[in-house]
Design a protein around this ligand. Structure first.
Ligand code: NAD
Length: 369
């Protein structure tokens, strides 16, 4: 069995630990101790994850808690909606909860974002714990306290900052995850190397195949390093006034690609981020901010892991430049209609730019077709 690691997100009164290791779900009572002792726990779980991992979590909670309930939410992005949130809140209230309740999110980013927002709004804010079961959720969405649901006008437009009380990233939960989902989550792992840690990117170049093959030690190292990177950024800029925006490397492109594909599983968020990061390096190279060699390394690594690096090969390939640019202008990160990009200066160093010339952007999109 692999060694467990524990990292702290240092946010003063809202500080919490991220536990990474194998078999943590079944030992949640030992690991979380006082956080569960004698509490009323409501586990919010993804319908596909419940048969796989709920029994172990429930058994562990039952050893520690006064009462344990579980509520199942249908899998998929459609559950991150106002109607689904309303149903969930009513169902939780129907259990007769008070402010001592702890919500536990068991699933991927959809469940974490939904249950987190439910926790932020229920009785004006109750405790919640993240038990992320996708690689994407382990390295990204479960850490940092961004919670919310989608609106008709766009994704993640309704939400709140509400930090979890703890995160349990159990490597064993990834054993049941589809390869495609693992690959999509891997794009977010690569992001941490590219935006601020060249040595980690080098490590991924050497060990990425091990991570994708679910080698336990490689996977745990990738998750721990990613969580460390995210924790440091969140500590420095909890509410995204500055540095936290770097986490959006590749995301201006990715959000446009996802929007034209319609969030129906045709293009997964992480897949879009993979293509978006490749395009961000194309853009940086066109702006002469990064070398062709660095751009080539990024493309080679992403493609070697099975991620799409060219617009021509993306399910969003048929979208016109006008269509994509129109969505980028309306991205929630844009300011006064100015598109906002995270632009890499080589590998391991990036910055936020509001003044990318549209002409260059069009050339980059054309060259990627
Ligand atoms: P997801 O939650 O939809 O999970 C992906 C699929 O995997 C689902 O079909 C689910 O049923 C299945 N699944 C989950 N865990 C499994 C397991 N262990 N075994 C088998 N199947 C499993 O998607 P995701 O990629 O985890 O998260 C995407 C969401 O996260 C998006 O809504 C995105 O906006 C959000 N997100 C939020 C943040 C944040 O900071 N809050 C950051 C990045 C992404």
């Amino acid at each position: 069995m692999q060694k467990e690691s524990k990292l702290t997100v240092g946010l003063g009164a809202r500080a919490y630990d991220i536990h990474v290791g194998r078999g943590l779900i079944g030992r949640a009572d030992d690991i979380l101790g006082d956080m569960l002792a004698d509490r009323h726990v409501v586990i919010i779980n993804d319908a596909a994850v419940a048969p796989l991992h709920l029994p172990a979590l429930k058994a562990a909670c039952e050893r520690a808690c006064r009462r344990v309930d579980s509520l199942t939410v249908p899998s998929g992005e459609a559950s991150k909606s106002m109607p689904a949130l309303a149903t969930l809140l009513e169902d939780i209230l129907a259990l007769g909860v008070d402010r001592d309740v702890v919500l536990v999110a068991l699933g991927g980013g959809v469940i974490g974002d939904l249950a987190g927002f439910a926790a932020a709004s229920l009785l004006r804010g109750v405790d919640f714990i993240q038990v992320p079961t996708t690689l994407l959720a382990q390295v990204d969405s479960s850490v940092g306290g961004k919670t919310g649901v989608n609106a008709a006008a766009g994704k993640n437009l309704i939400g709140a900052f509400h930090q979890p009380r703890a995160v349990l990233a159990d490597m064993a939960s990834l054993d049941t995850l589809a390869d495609r989902e693992l690959r999509a989550g891997y794009a977010e792992v690569v992001k941490y190397g590219l935006l601020g840690d060249a040595a980690f990117f080098e490590w991924l170049e050497a060990n990425g195949t091990g991570v994708m093959a679910r080698d336990d030690a490689a996977l745990a190292h990738a998750v721990t390093t990613s969580c460390q990177a995210k924790a440091r950024i969140v500590e420095a800029d909890e509410r995204e006034a500055g540095q936290r925006a770097l986490l959006n490397l590749g995301h201006t492109f990715a959000h446009a690609l996802e929007a034209v594909c319609g969030y129906d599983g045709t293009l997964l968020h992480g897949e879009a981020v993979g293509t978006g990061m490749a395009l961000a390096y194309d853009l940086a190279s066109a702006l002469q901010l990064c070398t062709g060699q660095d751009r080539g390394r990024v493309h080679a690594h992403l493609a070697g892991c099975g991620l799409v690096t060219r617009l021509a090969d993306s399910p969003a390939a048929d979208a016109s430049n006008d269509q994509l640019i129109d969505i980028m202008r309306r991205d929630k990160k844009a300011r006064r209609g100015q598109m906002r990009f995270v632009v890499p200066r080589g590998i391991g160093n990036s910055f936020v730019s509001d003044d990318v010339p549209e002409e260059t952007l069009r050339t980059v999109l054309d060259d990627s077709r």
